[in-house]
Design a protein around this ligand. Structure first.
Ligand code: NAP
Ligand code: F7E
Length: 324
């Protein structure tokens, strides 16, 4: 299938950037990515999906408006997905200013580049359930008041409201996906699911003995990133831009997620778990539980992967990577 559609993805080297690139390539898009060129092997996810040679990279950084304007001009993008971020909540207390600049001001830079270069381009903002923080409703939806609990959450609230403001001020087709936690074998190893699946695999293969974690009573609404990027695309295919919660509607403790991962390999996580105060956060988001009813009704979107399927897929991938 071919089309004249061109997408620009910031954060293309991240988990979601890789899955979204694959989805858009399958749909016949030309896929352009903003490449910040910082790490040593930043293309590993695109390589794992076998698509690293099919995407076009454009040098740039979310904190550099001129590079974003150039990326808009060069890509001739009709759809812009702003996925780039300092996305690790724990680090946002260590680097609050950088997090604000990349995740907050960076989003405004992308909106400005769209406004300046092509107001007809459609824009997607990677908003987050972290904005709900200290939850103000048992099940969070698009109308639930925001109460961020981390510098990351605060920066994302700025980007979220900027997206709404550009929609209302300039009539941009700008949508926010308020995505709850989503994971995959391509998840960064600092996030708790991947940390656990990697540790379970390492312990099974005799490469590691213990797993050190912080607050294992925290609850998250976890889904599969491969399912969630479809919702991003669907938002930009609607006649009207809007905001949507994307979640599974099921919440699980870190503790129970560990149990699933270790049981899959015939292990008991309690034999290996060490609670380490170093992994507790200055302010915690204790529980998140999303209501994706609007995404289901308007986008026809629903998650396809259960937590059990997701965690066992991640454990199997880590076993394979470690040579087991
Ligand atoms: P990720 O794996 O951490 O990827 C982040 C991406 O942003 C990477 O490609 C990174 O590039 C890039 N980046 C960081 N700083 C940049 C800068 N200054 N300029 C340009 N690019 C920069 O995150 P993810 O899990 O795919 O999440 C994608 C987006 O959704 C993020 O905005 C995240 O905050 C948001 N989100 C994620 C979740 C989730 O559960 N995964 C839920 C809700 C919202 P390098 O590879 O060079 O570091
Ligand atoms: O933590 C607890 C931790 O780092 C989940 C990002 O994608 O999703 C992600 O943010 C929970 C927290 O994800 C450890 O305290 C316990 O309660 O996997 P996480 P997160 O903070 O929910 C949101 C939606 C985003 O937008 C973010 O970008 O697990 N936890 N022990 C731990 N977490 C980590 N990382 N490491 C531990 O040892």
């Amino acid at each position: 299938m071919t089309s004249n559609k061109s997408a620009l993805i910031t954060g293309i080297t991240g988990q979601d950037g890789a899955y979204l690139s694959r989805l858009l390539l399958e749909k016949g898009y030309e896929v352009n990515g903003l490449l910040a060129r910082r790490g040593s092997d930043t293309l590993w996810r695109l390589r794992e999906l076998g698509i690293h040679e099919q995407v076009k990279m454009i040098d740039g950084d979310l904190t550099d408006l001129s590079s974003l304007i150039r990326a808009m001009e060069q890509s001739k993008a009709t759809e812009v997905y702003n996925l780039g971020a300092q996305s690790f909540v724990g680090t946002s207390w260590q680097q609050p200013v950088l997090t604000a600049q990349v995740d907050g001001v960076g989003a405004i830079n992308v909106l400005e580049a769209v406004r300046i270069v092509n107001r007809d381009a459609r824009f997607y903002q990677a908003s987050t359930s972290e904005m709900f923080g200290l939850i103000q409703a048992e099940k969070q939806d698009e109308k639930t008041p925001l109460y961020p609990r981390s510098p990351y959450g605060v920066a994302k609230v700025m980007a979220h409201w900027a997206t709404i403001n550009y929609r209302e001020s300039y009539n941009l087709h700008a949508s926010s996906g308020i995505l709850f936690n989503h994971e995959s074998p391509l998840r960064g190893i600092e996030f708790v699911t991947r940390k656990v699946t990697h540790a379970a695999a390492s312990i099974r293969l005799g490469l590691q003995k213990e797993l050190r974690l912080g607050n294992i009573d925290a609850k998250r609404d976890w889904g599969f990133a491969g399912d969630y990027v479809e919702a991003m695309w669907l938002m930009l295919q609607q006649d009207k831009a809007d905001d949507y919660v994307v979640a599974t509607g099921v919440t699980t403790t870190v503790r129970d997620m560990c149990e699933i991962a270790f049981r899959h390999l015939g292990l008991n996580y309690l034999d290996h778990l060490v609670i380490d105060p170093g992994f507790f956060r200055p302010a915690e988001v204790e529980v998140l539980l999303g209501n994706p009813a609007k995404a289901k009704a308007r986008l026809g979107w629903a998650p396809k992967t259960s937590l059990e399927q997701l965690i066992t897929m991640m454990v199997d991938a880590d076993i394979r990577r470690l040579g087991g």
